[in-house]
Design a binder for this molecule. Structure first.
Ligand code: SF4
Length: 116
């Protein structure tokens, strides 16, 4: 089972092979290949954070990432600690992405230019 924080659903959806370092990118690719597993939603550290150089005692960008998580939680109404399939998640995410709401969720993210 994968554990993913809210806004990382967008990071995965748009992932094009860029990331903080080789280890992080390798981990993202690995997770992308595991999306047939059940996914539990969280707003704290997840399987992506586990290989991130910005994970110290807490995320170095805590203000931003909590804001992104809360924004996506509000828009999608996805329940924390509930288990979903990736298909269920993309059914919820697709209309949001089509409406180009992403800039309202995480528009000031440093990777934003890749999320098109
Ligand atoms: S920047 Fe923060 S939220 Fe994003 S993967 Fe790294 S530790 Fe997790």
């Amino acid at each position: 089972m994968l554990k993913l924080r809210y806004h990382h659903l967008l990071c995965l959806y748009y992932f094009k092979g860029y990331g903080y370092n080789k280890q992080f990118i390798g981990s993202m690719l690995n997770i992308k290949n595991r999306l047939d597993e059940d996914i539990i939603i969280t707003s704290s550290f997840d399987d992506i954070c586990n290989k991130c150089p910005n994970k110290v005692n807490e995320c170095l960008f805590i203000e931003k990432v909590e804001r992104y998580d809360n924004n996506l939680k509000k828009i999608t109404k996805l329940k924390e600690n509930k288990i979903y399939t990736y298909k269920e998640l993309t059914n919820i995410l697709n209309p949001i992405i089509k409406d180009e709401n992403r800039c309202h969720i995480s528009g000031d993210c440093e990777w934003s230019e890749y999320c098109k």
